[in-house]
Write a protein that binds this ligand. Structure first.
Ligand code: RUQ
Ligand code: CUA
Length: 662
């Protein structure tokens, strides 16, 4: 119901929200701005609108309580957003070149990007990012690292949250498609990359007719070396899985620590071919009433790999399917129907699976799964994997509505599930040890909140930890249709901030943030004070990749120089407001150029750019940063390098001539 606001009502609302509300105070003194009520009335804002506005507005200079890390979808990047203001703070370049960060335009960041190329050298310059995961210690976000997968090419990236920069991209040597990643184990022992569409191992050629025998999926456990801040490929392993198209995964925690849970969407083994009269994929993959929740004992798998039960395929240890099935690593439980999210509750006791084509979420009990495994006598699927009957593992089913996808949790014993087809978020109650936390019956639907529209994932404050915060959800809606000004047929996505902590029983939408830079999937929200990002690099001459002073850094402008050795020209350059030293460089066509640049600044935000027009070179040098560019001077002529950041009043004068003599 929309109510027009009276001035008195606004005053009451503002007073109720902790604002100073003295309608008689003089303007400009910080007391209640009576004209704010007039503005609200004139703009036709309802009481709900004013509540939403005062819940999210941050005065200039006030920081947000939470930081949201969102996948950037096909943009290939990560977006960083403040909550509750929903201000976009930053993009982190990951799988695609990003000019304003100088990412992928000549310096060492290009090597990071190229580290994810195909084994034959084919360059990959984009990614389809899906699920960012923050590093965890004892099941809590620790604010140190962020991981994200690329579904299009089966890759994983590592981002260091000291400087919010991508440090490593790994191409999966045996998979070409992933989806259930990245998900971390509770102490970030492993970063998990779960598969999606099956191919032969190493995506070798094999006719589709040989699908059942030759095509496989692989779940990858990338060993994370926290000290190095990199994945250690040599300590990582994979488990061979049937070609069932595993989908989303989640790691067990507390009681279920050591286990991993992934669902799957094609136990039908459909292979498409609508042009040959076969059922199309969408029909072929939805014939069965159930698919299989995969229950994986990763600690056991790691032991078997260490005991030599795996084989090396393309440089990584692969645990064969028959070993996984016979040695207690892999079990299946039926799950209805074309499932999607697989989400472990904060206490690790339950796994919630959304049915997608079923109006229920199904809740599995980890304890019941263990009992069924211990009782033995399980039948197997055609690949020899033991199957636990659904009834033996099921704790409850809750009917929520159409298209349940993903579930997150709060601190009050509620779960929240997105309903894609209903365009709604459902709040429902957990049972077990959560039953006392809320007044309602366990395992019941409490409220459905419409969101706009076709919501995919949702994310909760500290939601994937063992102690979620409640307070906020962000629903990540795929369609925005009529929510924003029309910008043509390609519409933005719509991130909707939802209040779940301050309004009694009722959820409500507080804010719509259009995302016109990709179609994000998942996001995570961390308490802002857990992040310990640097203001400036620790010392002048800092190399962000080696995390130490670069041997080629120039710490003083008087040491700037150019040296020639045959056809090799090496330049040591300093950068500071408002000049490059040197300002003239003359070389010969065909010279090989190695150009070291050091930003001497210590002032926060005193970033300089370095653009070399005509040579596709563009760097961003943050305070203290040292970078090196290497290229062949193939084009003769008079070129200009200049600073791309408006760093000072004399920024336009910050340039130099690069003369290449024919
Ligand atoms: S998946 S919503 Cu990776 Cu659900 Cu997209
Ligand atoms: Cu440095 Cu502009």
């Amino acid at each position: 119901m929309k109510r027009r606001l009276s001035l008195a009502l606004v005053a009451t609302l503002l007073a109720g929200c902790g604002q100073q509300a003295a309608p008689t105070a003089a303007p400009g003194t910080g007391a209640l701005p009576v004209d704010a009520a007039a503005v609200a009335a004139e703009r036709g804002l309802t009481a709900d609108d004013v509540y939403a506005a005062v819940s999210t507005y941050q005065p200039s200079g006030r920081m947000d309580d939470y930081i949201l890390f969102s996948s950037g979808g096909q943009a290939g990047q990560v977006f960083v957003i403040g909550v509750p203001s929903m201000r976009i703070l930053r993009t982190i370049a990951v799988f695609a070149p990003e000019p304003w960060q100088g990412y992928g335009f000549g310096d060492e960041t290009t090597e990071v990007l190229r580290g994810g190329d195909m084994p034959d050298g084919t360059e990959l310059n984009w990614g389809d990012t899906h699920h960012p995961n923050l590093s965890e210690t004892n099941g809590e976000y620790d604010g140190e690292f962020l991981f994200i997968n690329d579904k299009a090419n089966a890759r994983l990236a590592v981002i260091d949250l000291r400087d919010f920069e991508t440090k490593q991209i790994i191409k999966n040597p045996n998979s070409l498609s992933d989806h259930g990643g990245s998900f971390v184990t509770p102490n970030t022992e492993y970063v998990v990359e779960g598969p999606q569409y099956a191919t032969p191992i190493g995506w070798e050629y094999a006719p589709v007719e040989e699908y059942n025998d030759k095509y496989r999926d692989l779940i990858t456990f990338w060993k994370f070396d926290r000290v190095a801040g990199r994945v250690d490929e040599g300590q990582s392993f994979q488990i061979e899985l049937p070609p069932y198209w595993q989908d989303l995964c989640d790691a067990g925690k507390a009681v279920s620590d050591g286990w991993m849970f992934c669902n799957s969407i094609n136990t039908e083994l459909a292979t498409g071919g609508v042009e040959d009269g076969n059922p199309p994929f969408e029909a072929g993959t939805t014939q069965n009433d159930t698919d299989y929740l995969h229950v994986i004992n990763w600690k056991k798998a790691a032991e078997l790999v260490a005991a030599g039960k795996a084989e090396d395929i393309n440089g990584i240890q692969v645990l064969p399917l028959d070993v996984a099935a016979s040695e207690g690593v892999l079990y299946f439980v039926p799950e209805p129907k074309s499932p999607h999210g697989s989400d472990v509750t904060p206490n690790g006791a339950y796994i919630v699976v959304g049915g997608k084509l079923d109006p229920h979420v199904t809740i599995y009990s980890f304890e019941k799964i263990q009992t069924a495994i211990a009782s033995g006598g399980l039948e197997t699927d055609p690949y020899g994997v033991p199957v636990i009957p659904l009834d033996a593992a099921k704790e409850a089913q809750v009917e929520l509505g159409l298209g349940p996808l993903h579930t997150v949790y709060d601190d009050q014993g509620y779960a929240y599930t997105t309903l894609f087809l209903d365009s709604a978020v459902a709040r429902w109650t957990l049972g077990g040890e959560y039953a006392d936390k809320h007044p309602e019956e366990p395992w019941t639907l409490v409220q459905k909140l419409p969101v706009q529209y076709n919501v995919g994932h949702l994310t909760a404050a500290e939601g994937d930890t063992m102690s979620p915060d409640g307070k906020y959800l962000v629903a990540m809606s795929k369609w925005s249709i009529d929510r924003f000004n029309n910008v043509g047929p390609l519409k933005p996505q719509n991130f909707q901030l939802i209040d779940i902590g301050n309004t009694g029983e009722h959820m409500r939408v507080l804010y719509d943030l259009p995302i016109g830079i990709g179609e994000p999937h998942y996001a995570q929200i961390i308490k802002a004070d857990k992040l310990k990002a640097l203001e400036v690099y620790p010392e002048v001459g800092w190399n962000p990749d080696t995390w130490s002073v670069d041997p080629n850094a120039v710490l003083d402008a008087k040491d700037a120089r150019v040296e020639r050795n045959g056809n090799n020209v090496e330049i040591w350059m300093t950068v500071i407001r408002s000049h490059f030293t040197p300002e003239r460089i003359e070389i010969n066509q065909g010279d090989h150029v190695i150009w070291h640049l050091t930003n001497l600044e210590r002032t926060p935000d005193a970033t300089h750019g370095f653009a070399l027009g005509g040579y596709n070179i563009n760097l961003s040098l943050e305070p203290g940063e040292a970078r090196t560019v290497e290229f062949d001077a193939t084009q003769p002529g008079t070129f200009i390098y200049y600073c791309t950041e408006f760093c000072s009043a004399l920024h336009l004068e910050m340039l130099g001539y690069f003369l290449v003599k024919p």
